[in-house]
Design a binder for this molecule. Structure first.
Ligand SMILES: Nc1ncnc2c1ncn2[C@@H]1O[C@H](COP(=O)(O)OP(=O)(O)O)[C@@H](O)[C@H]1O
Ligand SMILES: [Mg+2]
Length: 309
C-alpha cells in the first residue's frame, strides 16, 4: 500500500519551549480510516495542524501525496481537507455561501452540483439559506465538514469530530465517515473516545505526551481483547513454575504469590480444568482464583500510564 501521508521525525516546540511533538513517525495508507486516540494535551491537534501546514514544525518533515508540506505547500494543502476542533464560522453568512467560498479559496472553479451533493450528504440542503448563527452546534459541525470537503480533498482530517455532540449526531458522523471512505477519501480523526476508535477505524494509533505509543490494525487490537487472564493465587509463594506446568500461557507474578494464565475466551478448550488439576497435583494450595478481561481501554490506560512514568 502507498502512504498518502508520510510523517518523518516530526518535532514541534512551541515558543514557550514546550515540546508538544517529540519525533513522530507516521505513515497513513491511502483509503484507510486512522483514529488517533489520546488524552487531552497529548498533541493530537498539534500533529494534525503541523501535517496540514497550519503550524510550523521545529524539525522533521511531512509529505502528502508526495508533496512536501513546506517546500510544496500549495500542492500538499490542496489534497487536504481539515475539520478543526473549534468552530470558526462567519455567523451572518448562509450555509451555501460559506461552503462555496471555501472552494473558491482553493482556486477551484464554481461547481454548484458538487456543493449540492455535499450539502445533501450532510443533511444540510434544507438549511442551505440559513445563517450560520441560526444553526445548532451539531449543524455547525456539519458545515465545517462541508467546507472541508468543498475542494474535493483526498485526505480528510477530523479533529475531535464528536466532542460535545449528542449520541445521534455522533452516529451520523460515523456514517458520513464511512460514506467518504467508500468514495476513496483517506480519513484521519482524533478522538479521546475509545468507542469511537473501535466503531469506525481501520487502524488505531495511541498518542500521549507528544509520542505515538502504538499503531496497530483495529482487528488485531480487538483480538487481544478476546483474551482473558486467570490469576491463581497461592497460599505459599513459589520461586519458579513447576516443570509439569511450564507453558507459554503461564507466568508467575513478580512476588511469586500467583500464577497468571492467559487464555482465549473464544476457543473451545480454555485449558483451565487441566491447569487447576495440575496445580493440585503439584501440591500447591490455592488461596483464590480471579479472572480478568483485557480491553482496548486497559491497553490504552496502561500505555498512557507508562508514558507518564
Ligand atoms: N500555542 C501553544 N503554545 C504553547 N503550548 C501549546 C500551544 N498549543 C498547545 N500547547 C500545548 O501542547 C500540548 C498539546 O496540545 P494539543 O495538541 O492541543 O493536544 P490535544 O489536541 O491532544 O488535546 C498541550 O500540553 C498544550 O497545552
Ligand atoms: Mg485537540
Amino acid at each position: 500500500m502507498t502512504a498518502i501521508v508520510d510523517v518523518t521525525a516530526l518535532c514541534k516546540a512551541y515558543s514557550d519551549g514546550f515540546e508538544a511533538l517529540k519525533g513522530v513517525d507516521l505513515k497513513i495508507n491511502e483509503g484507510e480510516i486512522l483514529a488517533l486516540l489520546g488524552p487531552n494535551g497529548a498533541g493530537k491537534t498539534t500533529l494534525i495542524s503541523t501535517i496540514c501546514g497550519i503550524t510550523t514544525a521545529t524539525s522533521g518533515n511531512v509529505k502528502v501525496g508526495g508533496h512536501d508540506t513546506v517546500t510544496d505547500f500549495r500542492a500538499a494543502r490542496a489534497m487536504i481537507g481539515l475539520v478543526p476542533q473549534e468552530i470558526n464560522l462567519e455567523p451572518f453568512e448562509c450555509v451555501q455561501n460559506t461552503v462555496k467560498f471555501s472552494r473558491g479559496l482553493f482556486g477551484k472553479p464554481a461547481n454548484p452540483a458538487l456543493i449540492e451533493k455535499i450539502l445533501r450528504q450532510l443533511s444540510l440542503w434544507d438549511k442551505r439559506d440559513s445563517q450560520i448563527r441560526a444553526l445548532s452546534g451539531g449543524m455547525k459541525r456539519r458545515v465545517l465538514i462541508a467546507k472541508a470537503l468543498s475542494h474535493e480533498p483526498r485526505v480528510l482530517f477530523l479533529d475531535e469530530p464528536s466532542a460535545g455532540v449528542d449520541v445521534e449526531l455522533r452516529r451520523d458522523m460515523w456514517e458520513i465517515v464511512a460514506d467518504l471512505k467508500r468514495d476513496g477519501v483517506t480519513i484521519i480523526l482524533t478522538t479521546h473516545y475509545i468507542e469511537e476508535a473501535e466503531a469506525i477505524a481501520d487502524r488505531i494509533g495511541v498518542i500521549a505526551q507528544g509520542e505515538i505509543l502504538l499503531i496497530e490494525d483495529k482487528d488485531k487490537l480487538m483480538a487481544r481483547m478476546g483474551r482473558k487472564e486467570l490469576e491463581v493465587q497461592l497460599s505459599e509463594p513459589i520461586t519458579q513454575i513447576p516443570d509439569s506446568l511450564v507453558s507459554d500461557a503461564l507466568r508467575i507474578r513478580d512476588d511469586g504469590t500467583a500464577l497468571i494464565y492467559t487464555y482465549d475466551t473464544k476457543s473451545e478448550r480454555t485449558g483451565i480444568t487441566t491447569l487447576l488439576s495440575q496445580v493440585a497435583a503439584e501440591g500447591l494450595v490455592l488461596r483464590d482464583v480471579v479472572t480478568r478481561q483485557s480491553s482496548l481501554e486497559d491497553i490504552f490506560v496502561d500505555l498512557v500510564r507508562e508514558g507518564d512514568a
